[in-house]
Design a protein around this ligand. Structure first.
Ligand SMILES: Nc1nc2c(ncn2[C@@H]2O[C@H](COP(=O)(O)OP(=O)(O)OP(=O)(O)O)[C@@H](O)[C@H]2O)c(=O)[nH]1
Ligand SMILES: Nc1nc2c(ncn2[C@@H]2O[C@H](COP(=O)(O)OP(=O)(O)OP(=O)(O)O)[C@@H](O)[C@H]2O)c(=O)[nH]1
Ligand SMILES: [Mg+2]
Ligand SMILES: [Mg+2]
Lengths: 292, 276
């Protein structure tokens, strides 16, 4: 683990020593290695290391902690702060129906997360409405309809010959008429560099004025996470992030990369394929796993 | 890379940054640089052109040739495995389309009986490709689906059978056991099957692809890797790290969501993808 590695780096320094430039440098190399192995973006890691260095320099080695433990403590605290400090929930205070739009790359877990959020919201006494807006992927609409019926949540009767912008607009209208309190728009996966499909999202946003736009990303995403997240955020000004497939052994450094580049809160994590496998994001837990 | 004829510290640092940002990973990057440094001296590389050629060859040499498949008795059985959402089902459609174009009689088997509308998804692809299709009900035992599909494929003279499986995280022991069972049942049913077990990896995945490759290959021997979603901006450099630890050929790359969006993997092109 990182704390073991840092302890061995600092084992000569005890009690009354000081963390200085020289002994910090070697420790920071270990931290940088841990971050890169965890898929934190190269530049994000470099900036993070700089912050840790500034905090660590000149600190007295506390008697109660070994220098290695001290550096770990600083790194851990900085990570938690960068990941958002504390959990942040959905913005549910507006006048209903609240519109939540899910966006992201192909296969990141949007459709499953839409259904998970619907279940989560109903358990919070909301009346959710699921909207399949993916007309491209074979059986995408059936997929969300099946998940919706599994948990007894109503869904808009989309069909693949409809236009996604019309689907979303009509579904929000339907929700308003039927007094649903939250509408969840499941959009098709797309590349951030696909201009036409990115403009489709801009059009859906403009028509439906979502209260939340959640960028859904796979926990195992590598260095490219910053490019994808930056582009989605640039065009849509997302309001939150969901990290899926977090119950595996992916270290999840993409969390730090995405948060740094968008400055938007990570709101939920997906921890399995069941519709109950959704958790509110806790920065301290993710910080520990990034460090390994 | 900055055009340079000086292979100084700055040059190697810049190269390290490029490779890590391409998802090659820290450790694999160091291994690669350790191999390159002495060669630059020994082969008297003088400029960026010469270096690029050296890097191209060095990278290309990491990737093993795809092996010749021996099918003692048709059909050839191809098993698609991988974690959730990487593109297994879509890649089956692409491979099936390619096989159809080569004049083969192809069957697509709905071995994902778990995920919502997985069977419907593959069924639509089978219709588009014009291939045969076999499925049972949702929740059926995937090994039973594969077994019965093979019965039909053998009887009806199919050349190639593609078996789709549910996405599964490599850390889930019960799901790895299920995979072992599918392989066992298929190999008992038909000599040599599965002739090709293909691990599908997503090019946007970082270092976790190493763990995926390791744990999947501990469950079932992997014959090929297909790397999907290279039409995005991810470079897929983790294949270098995988090549340094495993001897699994990469056969195809996925470049989009249509059945034609499949290309043969060419090792000599890796350098352009990582550096470009
Ligand atoms: N293990 C695990 N699998 C998940 C999680 N969330 C989603 N999945 C799985 O990931 C795969 C892709 O999920 P989808 O919901 O279809 O992803 P998507 O983003 O809607 O995909 P596209 O619409 O094609 O872009 C499915 O097999 C899901 O069951 C999670 O938290 N953990
Ligand atoms: N851009 C791009 N998208 C792809 C590629 N391959 C697959 N996809 C998309 O990725 C998403 C997931 O593909 P699937 O084939 O359903 O993936 P899977 O591995 O079968 O997913 P599960 O069965 O849920 O584990 C779909 O939206 C596909 O269209 C590719 O090469 N490029
Ligand atoms: Mg979807
Ligand atoms: Mg599938």
């Amino acid at each position: 683990s990182l704390s073991d590695r840092l302890n061995s780096v600092f084992k000569k320094l005890k009690g009354h020593g000081r963390l200085d430039e020289k002994n910090i440098q070697e420790g920071l190399r270990e931290v940088r290695l841990a971050l890169l192995e965890a898929d934190v973006n190269y530049k994000v890691a470099r900036d993070f290391i700089q912050r840790v260095k500034e905090r660590a320099l000149g600190q007295d080695v506390l008697k109660s902690l070994t220098p290695g433990q001290q550096v770990v403590k600083i790194v851990h605290e900085e990570l938690i702060e960068l990941l958002g400090g504390q959990s942040q929930g959905l913005n549910l205070k507006a006048r209903p129906p609240i519109v939540i739009m899910l966006v992201g790359l192909q296969g990141s877990g949007k459709t499953t997360t839409a259904a998970k959020l619907a279940l989560f919201l109903r358990r919070m006494k909301h009346a959710p409405y699921l909207v399949p807006a993916d007309v491209y992927r074979p059986a995408a609409i059936e997929q969300l309809h099946k998940l919706a019926s599994e948990i007894n949540i109503p869904a808009y009767p989309s069909s693949s010959d409809m236009d996604p912008v019309d689907i979303c607009r009509n579904a929000v209208e339907e929700a308003r008429k039927s007094a649903y309190s939250v509408v969840l728009l499941d959009t098709a996966g797309r590349l951030h560099i696909d201009e036409k499909l990115m403009q489709e999202l801009v059009a859906i946003k403009s028509e439906c004025q979502p209260h939340e736009i959640l960028f859904v990303a796979d926990a195992m995403t590598g260095q490219d996470a910053v490019n994808v997240a930056a582009r989605f955020n640039e065009l849509l000004d997302v309001t939150g992030i969901v990290l899926t497939k977090m119950e595996g052994d992916a270290r999840g450094g993409a969390a730090l990369s995405i948060k740094s580049v968008t400055q938007k809160p990570i709101k939920f994590i997906g921890v399995g394929e069941k519709l109950s496998d959704l958790e509110v994001f806790h920065p301290d837990r993710v910080a520990s796993r990034i460090l390994g | 890379l900055s055009i340079t004829s000086k292979f100084d510290d700055e040059f190697w640092e810049e190269l390290e940054e490029i490779l890590i940002m391409a998802d090659v990973g820290f450790t694999a990057t160091q291994k690669l640089l350790d191999q390159l440094r002495p060669k630059v001296r020994k082969e008297k590389i003088e400029d960026a052109e010469g270096f690029k050629e050296l890097l191209k060859q060095e990278l290309a040499s990491l990737f093993p040739e795809p092996r010749k498949i021996r099918v003692s008795k048709p059909p050839e059985v191809v098993l698609m495995i991988g974690v959730n959402g990487v593109g297994k089902t879509t890649t089956i459609a692409k491979l099936a389309h390619r096989a159809q174009m080569q004049g083969k009689k192809v069957m697509m088997v709905a071995g994902d009986t778990f995920r919502a509308a997985a069977i419907e998804q593959l069924n639509i692809w089978a219709k588009r490709v014009g291939a045969g299709f076999y499925a049972k009900e949702d929740g059926a035992d995937p090994a039973a689906v594969a077994y019965e599909a093979l019965d039909k494929a053998i009887e009806e003279g199919y050349d190639t059978v593609f078996v789709d499986t549910a996405g599964r995280l490599h850390t889930k022991v019960n799901l790895m056991d299920e995979l072992k069972k599918i392989k066992r049942v298929v190999s008992k049913k038909h000599p040599g099957a599965p002739h090709r077990t293909i691990l599908v990896l997503d090019a946007t995945t970082g270092q976790n692809a190493l763990s995926q490759t390791q744990l999947f290959s501990e469950a079932v021997p992997i014959d090929e890797i297909v790397l999907t979603k290279l039409d995005g901006t991810a470079k897929g450099g983790v294949i270098v790290a995988i090549a340094l630890e495993h001897n699994i050929p990469i056969t195809f790359i996925g470049l989009g969501e249509k059945m034609e969006d499949l290309e043969i993997f060419i090792p000599e092109r890796v350098v352009n993808r990582l550096m470009g």
